[in-house]
Design a protein around this ligand. Structure first.
Ligand SMILES: NC(=O)c1ccc[n+]([C@@H]2O[C@H](COP(=O)([O-])OP(=O)(O)OC[C@H]3O[C@@H](n4cnc5c(N)ncnc54)[C@H](OP(=O)(O)O)[C@@H]3O)[C@@H](O)[C@H]2O)c1
Length: 334
């Protein structure tokens, strides 16, 4: 790995110290083979060794991802800011017919199960994964505050929450970070969510920072997607949309080439330049990609370069296709 000094950022009023580029653990359905598990563990440990301390996972997919992460963090758990999430019930065997669950009685149940799977006594930053429209946010966050008081979690986060929810939640207890999708082709939250985090001094964590591989140049057409690749379900990756979207990358490639960096580094550096409170959590299963992504924190973009990128990927309408199939159901940003 190139020698560089790891850079850190500080999230929320609590000033939670996290590496400027975090690591988003890839999500797996089911059990991994021995070789795949070893590869996963090697990447996590390779991330932590030079100082990547911000490690992101969630309890979905049957909790397998937390169990796997616990194995990867054996002996080094205390050197990371461990995050997890609850309440997104899609595909959970314990969902009981709910898509989201923010009921106060469910919060400690979910947390205890995550602690058990993560083999730890505390989670540094615990997110409500999806806001439950049937439960006042004050009640969900109130239950999370009790977890803070019990020492089971150290900080509270929200994922994909809208501005009104963020303000109400923050009135109950300081919210340390909001995690939402944010990248060059998903800038919608600049209109409302991001201003709400800024006004309250809340950190902003960007997931799908590489557009699920798109901004690493890994996907030029749908032929790159395997038959069971989950991205096939996202309208942006439908064949006709993906081809159109891929054409947008050519110019970005040129900017990266002139800058002497890769497309992935440029895309992550763009996020880092939006605000000192922004932290991307790109995911990868490959050590070479991890190392490449960490290099993004070294890149300084000029105002001209930022303006050029902004022109290519304006806040609205750059990408063809919605990000989720269920985008229109109103589940996100509530
Ligand atoms: N809060 C939420 O609701 C929510 C929802 C979804 C995801 N997330 C979190 O977001 C994090 C990241 O998500 P993600 O990994 O799916 O999306 P991502 O970071 O946008 O993209 C990851 C994809 O990019 C590829 N990639 C990464 N670096 C690369 C590089 N330098 N060159 C070429 N390809 C590269 C990876 O493939 P390789 O493995 O081949 O490198 C992988 O396919 C995870 O922690 C996840 O939990 C949160």
């Amino acid at each position: 790995m190139a020698i560089f000094q790891m850079r850190y950022r500080y999230l929320g009023k609590q000033k939670l110290k996290v590496s400027a580029v975090g690591y988003g653990c890839p999500t797996f359905q089911g059990k991994l083979s021995g070789a795949d598990e070893k590869e996963y563990i090697d990447v996590v440990r390779r991330a932590v060794a030079p100082g990547v301390n911000f490690i992101d996972t969630a309890d979905h997919n049957n909790g397998n991802n937390e169990e796997l992460l616990a194995r990867a963090l054996k002996g080094i758990r205390s050197s990371v800011v461990l995050t997890s999430k609850f309440g997104n019930m899609r595909g959970q065997p314990w969902a009981e017919g709910r898509d989201v669950d923010g009921r106060p009685e469910y919060v400690p149940v979910a947390c205890d199960a995550s602690l058990r799977r993560l083999q730890t006594d505390y989670i540094d930053l615990y997110y409500l994964h999806r806001v439950d429209p049937r439960v006042p946010i004050e009640d969900t966050v109130g239950a999370m505050v009790r977890l803070v008081e019990q020492g089971k979690i150290r900080a509270i986060g929200l994922s994909e929450a809208g501005p009104g929810t963020i303000r109400r939640a923050n009135a109950v207890h300081p919210i340390t970070a909001v995690q939402s999708e944010y990248s060059l082709w998903t800038r919608d939250y600049e209109a409302d969510t991001i201003p709400a985090t800024r006004e309250s001094g809340i950190g902003f964590v960007s997931y799908y920072a590489l557009g699920r591989g798109f901004f690493a140049g890994a996907l030029r057409g749908s032929s790159n997607l395997g038959p069971n690749d989950g991205r096939r379900k996202s309208p942006r990756f439908y064949p006709e949309n993906l081809e159109r979207n891929a054409r947008l990358l050519n110019e970005l490639h040129n900017i990266a080439g002139a800058k002497g960096c890769t497309l992935a580094q440029l895309s992550l550096a763009w996020i880092l330049h939006q605000d000192e409170n922004f932290v991307p959590i790109p995911g990868t299963r490959k050590i070479a990609h991890l190392e490449e992504n960490l290099g993004a924190a070294e890149i300084v973009l000029t105002p001209n370069e930022l303006a050029e990128i902004d022109k290519l990927f304006p806040r609205q309408g750059a990408a063809a296709g919605a990000r989720y199939e269920y985008d229109r159901s109103g589940e996100l940003n509530i």
